[in-house]
Design a protein around this ligand. Structure first.
Ligand code: PHE
Length: 356
């Protein structure tokens, strides 16, 4: 019995892991283990021998069992210590520094323009960037054969073979939102619609994707004079000073009469300055809404009339913040964004002053 005891106490002390412990338990104190075999031998003994050996065997069994469980929890503690050594985390370390992003000039200018028009009672409307040719062209009095369609350098979407419906287009201007707003709310109306527009064009002042803000005001007695006042009011608020504008009579199929508006500017050492020099940059198209357009929008032209305009947001941003090349707007160059970007908490408001 002493041999048995020494053998198992020794083996348990050297057991490397929980599986070894379990194997030893089965071998020593399991149903068919060595102790059980010895117990069976008790039957062949004399009552006197049995009285001595019985309690001894039971005591040995208890001793082995407690050695097993002591070793088991020692192994578990050691494993936990090992894990804690490799998995600890210093929660007092300072966090990693991250540079703050900035607001893109286009977003900034969109907010500024929206604030100014909101102050004049214009609500914000929206429409899809992928448009049907009806909203983008026909409803705006630009029929299929009209040269304006070709002039617009339109991006067309693809139709499956055999599908003969006219393809959708990437809207070439925000004017389709005029029609959508008329259908949705009828007259009177006073909305602006900021958004992305697309034309296949690329140079210093043109990019294939750019931004416009459409304006539309319909009422019983609106005239060209109201249009001019609203636009001049807008420019003064936007540039923080009166700027020279040039209204040029022009043609857009969806207005009659129509006018393009330029702003006085000067290009100097690779930057552009507004309000000086003798260059002009076209920033918007405008006019009195064509009766056919009102009809397309379900509005009676004998009862309602009004004006519409489409402002190039990117052009305005170039002028206001002296950015010479439109293409840089969309290069995602971090140095450029940090230089021309705006702090995220500087929300433009009229009462706070738009310019910093
Ligand atoms: N949609 C015209 C353009 O993109 C601008 C415009 C809008 C002109 C509204 C007149 C009236 O060039």
């Amino acid at each position: 019995m002493d041999d048995l005891r020494d053998k198992y106490i020794g083996l348990i002390a050297n057991a490397a892991d929980e599986t070894a412990i379990e194997d030893l338990r089965v071998q020593a104190v399991g149903k068919k283990g060595e102790i059980a075999l010895k117990m069976r031998e008790l039957g062949k003994m004399t009552p006197e021998e049995r009285q001595v050996m019985g309690p001894k065997l039971n005591a040995l069994k208890d001793e082995i069992n407690s050695a097993l469980s002591a070793k088991k929890s020692a192994l578990a503690d050691a494993a936990l210590d090992e894990r804690l050594k490799t998995e600890w985390l210093d929660v007092t370390l300072p966090g990693r520094g991250r540079r703050q992003g900035s607001i893109h000039p286009i977003s900034q200018v969109t907010e500024e323009v929206t604030a100014i028009f909101a102050d004049m009672g214009f609500a914000v409307a929206e429409g899809p960037q992928i448009e049907t040719d009806w909203y983008n062209f026909d409803a705006l009095n630009i029929p299929g054969h009209h040269p304006a369609r070709a002039e617009m350098d339109t991006f067309y979407t693809h139709r499956a073979e055999g599908d003969n419906r006219p393809p959708h287009v990437l809207r070439t201007h925000t004017s389709p939102v005029q029609i959508r707003s008329m259908e949705k709310q009828g007259a009177p109306i006073r909305i602006i619609c900021p958004g992305r527009v697309y034309r296949a064009d690329y140079d210093q002042t043109h990019t294939p994707m750019f931004h416009q803000i459409e304006g539309l005001a319909l009422d019983k007695d609106l005239s060209m004079a109201n249009l001019k006042w609203v636009l001049e009011e807008f420019f003064t608020a936007f540039f923080g000073t009166e700027v020279k504008t040039r209204f040029r009579s022009s043609h857009f199929p969806f207005v009659e009469p129509g006018a393009e508006v330029d702003i006085q500017c000067k290009w100097e050492n690779g930057s552009v300055k507004v309000g000086e020099g003798d260059d002009w940059l076209e920033v918007l198209g405008s006019g009195m809404v064509h009766p056919k357009v009102l009809e397309a929008g379900g509005i009676d032209p004998n009862e309602w009339q009004g004006f519409a305009f489409g402002i190039g947001i990117d052009r305005l941003a170039m002028l206001k913040y002296g950015i010479p090349d439109l293409r840089a707007f969309f290069d995602s160059d971090l140095r450029w964004l940090r230089h021309y970007g705006f702090a995220s908490l500087d929300q433009p408001t009229l009462h706070g002053g738009l310019t910093r």
